[in-house]
Write a protein that binds this ligand. Structure first.
Ligand SMILES: O=C[C@H](O)COP(=O)(O)O
Length: 337
């Protein structure tokens, strides 16, 4: 990464606020299911693993540049709470954190104006609470729908859940795909399901959660990515955070390259959301460098990249505090996010 590139990233980080008008990105309308493309998907697993193994060691940005990248990362977090014991109080606190993700004195010391996270992500039941709490901030609410996390509730109820979440005010819907369609190679069923989910979302943007840890192979991940994009997904997302294996770099590389292929074929840019288990600032930096190298700077923006994370923000804020003060605070001081 050249110094020029890093400076550009720093400048961009200072001006990125997701709720302000973004570069207009035409929505992916989808296309007819092309089974030849699906069957033609190949993944060289050892090459993917080799490439990913070198990334964390090779790519590091330091000092001011690191702070700029971390600030940028914050603007691309879907700040998430998806717990059985979620309460309205917890969701309101999370929303307050999304609107003010970094302490004002730290932002001032870093020469930054206000920033926010990319979205707040909750279960359907908490959409109205989050909407009220975020009123006036411009931060969108993302709802996980369609029987999250397993996606095994009756089909008509999954469609209904999307309708209800959109009616409650969610601007983004994170759907879960039926893993069995992938595992049985029923690409038409996966396409039809995704197509209907997308149509039901209407103006709300749809993120397709593949639950990659349950798809059996990287080749299946590549195929499922292509099918969901053909069916009109605005984003493809790795995981619910509830599988035993969630976001990983190899899975990310495969999905990112699927996005690149789809863009080359159709001219439409689909977003990427790694989710689940990303909790350290240094891991966020590796993901951002992977995106930059494989997809380019255009994707380093909240309208095309998000982290799905419940605790990443806390570690990033801790690193920023260290950058400003030279001291690390205890992690419990950054408990939310
Ligand atoms: O979509 C977001 C994930 O559920 C968050 O997972 P996490 O709690 O491991 O950060």
């Amino acid at each position: 990464m050249s110094t020029t590139d890093i400076s550009a990233a720093a400048t961009d980080a200072r001006s990125t606020t997701p709720h302000l008008p973004q570069v207009h990105e035409p929505r992916n309308p989808g296309m007819a299911l092309d089974l030849d493309i699906i069957q033609g998907q190949r993944v060289n697993t050892s090459a993917v693993e080799r490439r990913c193994a070198t990334l964390p060691g090779r790519r590091s940005v330091k000092k001011d540049h690191q702070a700029a990248w971390l600030l940028k990362a914050i603007t691309m977090i879907d700040l998430t709470t998806l717990a059985g014991d979620d309460t309205a109080g917890r969701v309101r606190r999370l929303c307050a954190k999304a609107a003010h993700p970094v302490r004002a004195d730290l932002l001032e010391a870093l020469g930054m104006g206000p920033i926010t996270t990319g979205a707040v992500c909750v279960y359907h039941d908490m959409v109205e609470t989050a909407e009220e709490a975020l009123d006036g901030t411009g931060i969108p609410v993302a709802a996980v729908s369609t029987g999250f996390p397993a996606g095994l509730s009756p089909y008509h109820l999954r469609v209904k859940e999307i309708e209800e979440s959109v009616r409650a005010g969610a601007k983004e819907i994170d759907i879960v795909i039926s893993r069995r369609h992938v595992l049985t190679g029923n690409w038409q069923a996966l396409y039809d399901e995704m197509r209907e989910f997308r149509a039901t979302c209407g103006e709300a943007h749809v993120k397709a959660i593949l639950a990659t840890g349950e798809l059996g192979s990287l080749r299946n991940v590549a195929k499922a990515s292509q099918v969901c994009m053909m069916a009109g997904a605005d984003f493809i997302k790795t995981s619910t955070g509830k599988e035993s294996v969630n976001a990983t770099l190899p899975v990310s590389l495969v999905m990112i390259r699927a996005i690149r292929d789809y863009y080359a074929r159709t001219g439409y840019r689909v977003g990427y959301k790694p989710a689940g288990g990303i909790s350290k600032a240094k891991d966020a930096l590796v993901y951002l460098s992977l995106i930059k190298e494989e997809l380019g700077n255009h994707w380093l923006s909240p309208h095309l990249f998000r982290f799905g994370a419940s605790s990443l923000l806390g570690d990033i804020e801790r690193q920023l505090e260290h950058h400003v003060t030279g001291q690390y605070s205890a992690s419990w001081r950054h408990a939310i996010g």
